[in-house]
Design a protein around this ligand. Structure first.
Ligand SMILES: Cc1cc2nc3c(=O)[nH]c(=O)nc-3n(C[C@H](O)[C@H](O)[C@H](O)COP(=O)(O)OP(=O)(O)OC[C@H]3O[C@@H](n4cnc5c(N)ncnc54)[C@H](O)[C@@H]3O)c2cc1C
Length: 123
């Protein structure tokens, strides 16, 4: 069994090995560095993230965590595992002084949810 299959059995999120998924995260906003990963992981939970990191450490694999891919010199790229955090993009709590969100929530979602909730808090 390949390590990608083994990883797929350890997590509940998706482990993608097709060319389209790997090409989509092979470069970043800077377009200077190109590094196509062997797998792209879309975690379903924080536990999945922890499992991926432990798996990579156990098997000496490199992992890059990726959000929007706006880095400019390859910081969000990896030859082996890209952990695509956009699958964890929920804003979970908005109070008057704070917003709590998952690690892959984008600025747009963050702001629109916060604005809607702030309006509710005010009314
Ligand atoms: C045109 C342009 C304009 C910008 N303007 C501004 C600006 O005005 N102000 C400003 O502050 N920044 C600005 N930036 C920088 C950009 O907003 C930040 O780099 C951005 O926050 C990166 O987010 P990302 O999700 O795209 O990260 P990525 O590019 O995906 O990752 C960047 C780094 O963060 C790590 N990372 C990503 N997600 C996580 C996570 N959940 N947990 C741990 N590590 C993680 C990656 O491994 C990588 O090392 C700009 C960038 C561009 C390209």
């Amino acid at each position: 069994m390949s390590w990608a299959n083994e990883l797929g059995q350890e997590i509940s999120g998706r482990v993608l090995t097709d060319d389209a998924a790997r090409d989509a995260v092979a470069t970043d906003f800077g377009r200077i560095v190109v590094r196509k990963p062997q797998v792209v992981v879309c975690p379903a939970s924080a536990q999945d993230v922890a499992r991926v990191i432990k798996f990579a450490a156990r098997n000496s694999l490199s992992v890059a965590t990726r959000g929007g891919g706006h880095s400019q010199t390859g910081q969000s790229l990896s030859d082996q595992i890209v952990l695509d955090m956009t699958s964890l993009n929920q804003v979970t709590r908005v109070t008057e002084g704070a917003v709590t969100a998952q690690g892959g929530s984008s600025g747009g979602r963050w702001w629109s949810t916060s604005r809607r909730s702030a309006s509710r808090l005010r009314s």
